[in-house]
Write a protein of this length. Structure first.
Ligand SMILES: [Zn+2]
Length: 464
C-alpha cells in the first residue's frame, strides 16, 4: 500500500485544464477532486504549477548498435534520462536479424531489458527485416498476443534494415488482421544509395552531403508508397519522424479519406535546420535520418502539429558517442551511425519553443507528447491521461523555472547535447511513476526495476 497526493495544481490534459487534487494509491489514480481530505505517504504542494500525465515517448533506441557503433546508453541510463525530463513510458525497438525467427528476436530484446532494468515502463516495437520464410509470417500473427502490438518497417538502409515491398505487404496484412499498428521509416533507400554513391565518387565526403543525398523527394515518395500499402491492406500506419510539408501531405490526404494513417515528428526537425550539418566536423551532429531540412520546413511542422497531419512528437533518441562518430567521419559521412540523443529534453523543448512561443496550446503539448502516443500504441485510458483508474504516472510541471540544457548536466551517457547552451523555461519539479515519486527537484529519489509494458491493440478507428 503506497499513496501519493498532489494538492492544488492546475491539471492539464489533452482535453482541458482545471484545478484539483489527485490521489494515487497502489499505482493507480483513485480520486480527483477539490480539497481532498485524505492522508498519503507522499504529499506534494503543486500550487502555481501544472499537473500533467507522464510523457510517453513513442520512439527511442535505448540500446542499439549501428554501423558497428554501440549506443552510449542502456535501458537503465536512457530511462533515467527520460524520467528527469518528465517521460515515464518509453518505446524501444526489438530488431529481427535476417532470417531470425521472431520469437528469438523478442527473447533477445527481453534479455537485454532484464540485464539493465529500466526505471520507467518500456514498450517494444518489433522491427521486421525478413519475412521470406512463410513461417515468419505465422510467427508475426502471434506477436500481438505477447503485448507487442506494433511492428516497424524501414524503407531505407538496404542490406541493413530495409525491407522490400513483399515484406511490407505481408507485415501490413498481419497488422490489419491483428489490430497492430505499423511504424514506417519512410525514405526511398535505393534512390538515397545512388545519390550517396555519386557524392562519394565526386569526393564529397563532408556532413552537408548527408543532407543533399537524402532530399525531400525521397521522403515524400516513401510516405506516399507507405500510405498506398496502408490503403490496400487496411493496416493502421504510423509514419515516424516526418520532417517537412511534402512528407506530411500524403498523411493529410489519407486522413481525409478516413484512413488510420498517423504522423510523428521529433524536436530535432522542429528546432534545427540543415545548417546543423555545416561547421566542418561539428556538422556530424546533423547526421540523422531523415536529415534536418531547410528552415521553412520548421513552420510546416509546427502548423501540422497545431492543425492536421501530425499526431505525435517522439524523440528517435539514439545516443551514439560524438567521439566514435568522429572516427567514422574520417572515412566519409555515410559511415557515421545516424542518430541523435534527446530522450530527456522533449517535453521541455516543446513546452518552451512550442507552448511559450504561442505555437501550441498547453492541451496540444500534452496531447502530442503524452495522450495520443499512448492511445495509438494501445495504452488509451491507461497512460497519457489523468483519470480515475489510469496508471498514476504524473508530472508536476513548474512553468516558470528556467534551466540550461547541456552535456554537463544531462543524464544520458551521450557525450554531447544537441541543444547545448539553450535555455528553456518550464521543467518538471516532480515526476511520479507508478504512483511513487521517481524524480524530485532534479534528483532521482528511487530506482525501481520496472520493465516490459504489455499492450493490447490500439483502440482506434478511421474517422476518429
Ligand atoms: Zn528511430
Amino acid at each position: 500500500m503506497s499513496s501519493t497526493l498532489i494538492r492544488g495544481g492546475l491539471i492539464v490534459t489533452a482535453l482541458g485544464r482545471y484545478e484539483a487534487d489527485v490521489l494515487a494509491v497502489d499505482g493507480k489514480i483513485v480520486q480527483i477532486g477539490a480539497g481532498l481530505d485524505v492522508a498519503a505517504d507522499h504529499v506534494f504542494d503543486a500550487r502555481g504549477q501544472y499537473v500533467i500525465p507522464g510523457g510517453v515517448d513513442p520512439h527511442a533506441h535505448m540500446k542499439i548498435t549501428f554501423k558497428g557503433v554501440p549506443s552510449a546508453d542502456d535501458f537503465t541510463a536512457a530511462t533515467i534520462a527520460a524520467a528527469h525530463g518528465g517521460t515515464t513510458t518509453v518505446f524501444d525497438f526489438a530488431f529481427q536479424e535476417f532470417g531470425q525467427p521472431l520469437p528469438d528476436a523478442m527473447a533477445e530484446w527481453h534479455a537485454a531489458l532484464a540485464a539493465a532494468p529500466p526505471v520507467t515502463d518500456v514498450g517494444a516495437h518489433l522491427v521486421i527485416r525478413d519475412l521470406t520464410d512463410p513461417a515468419r509470417v505465422d510467427e508475426l500473427r502471434e506477436i500481438p498476443a505477447q503485448g507487442v502490438t506494433s511492428f516497424k518497417l524501414f524503407m531505407a538502409y538496404r542490406n541493413q534494415f530495409m525491407v522490400g515491398d513483399p515484406a511490407m505487404w505481408n507485415t501490413m496484412k498481419v497488422a490489419a488482421e491483428t489490430g497492430a499498428i505499423v511504424l514506417v521509416h519512410a525514405e526511398n533507400g535505393d534512390a538515397i544509395d545512388a545519390l550517396i554513391s555519386e557524392a562519394l565518387a565526386g569526393g564529397n565526403t563532408a556532413p552537408p552531403f548527408h543532407g543533399t543525398t537524402r532530399p525531400i523527394e525521397t521522403e515524400a515518395e516513401a510516405v506516399t508508397r507507405a500510405v498506398m500499402f496502408a490503403e490496400l491492406t487496411g493496416a493502421k500506419t504510423y509514419i515516424v519522424h516526418t520532417t517537412c510539408g511534402p512528407a506530411i501531405a500524403p498523411i493529410v490526404a489519407a486522413k481525409m479519406r478516413g484512413l488510420p494513417v498517423y504522423g510523428e515528428t521529433c524536436p530535432q526537425y522542429l528546432l534545427h535546420d540543415d545548417s546543423l550539418l555545416q561547421g566542418g566536423d561539428e556538422g556530424l551532429k546533423g547526421i540523422f535520418s531523415p536529415p534536418p531540412r531547410p528552415a521553412p520546413a520548421q513552420d510546416e511542422l509546427w502548423h501540422a502539429l497545431a492543425g492536421v497531419g501530425l499526431d505525435t512528437i517522439g524523440t528517435d533518441h539514439c545516443a551514439f558517442p560524438y567521439t566514435m562518430r568522429l572516427e567514422r567521419l574520417e572515412e566519409d559521412f555515410s559511415k557515421v551511425p545516424n542518430g541523435v540523443p534527446g530522450i530527456e529534453e522533449r517535453l521541455e523543448l516543446i513546452f518552451d519553443r512550442g507552448v511559450r512561443a504561442g505555437r501550441l496550446t498547453l492541451e496540444q503539448w500534452v496531447d502530442l507528447c503524452c495522450t495520443t502516443p499512448a492511445r495509438l500504441m494501445g495504452l488509451g485510458g491507461r497512460k497519457g491521461v489523468i483519470e480515475v483508474g489510469a496508471d498514476a504516472d504524473l508530472v508536476i510541471w513548474d512553468p516558470e523555472r528556467t534551466r540550461t540544457l547541456s552535456v554537463a548536466t544531462q543524464k544520458s551517457n551521450c557525450d554531447y547535447n544537441l541543444y547545448e547552451g539553450w535555455q528553456v523555461t518550464g521543467t518538471p519539479s516532480a515526476v511520479i511513476a507508478g504512483g511513487v515519486p521517481l524524480v524530485v527537484d532534479g534528483a532521482l529519489v528511487d530506482q525501481p526495476a520496472r520493465g516490459f509494458l504489455a499492450r493490447g491493440p490500439a483502440v482506434e478507428a478511421a474517422g476518429v
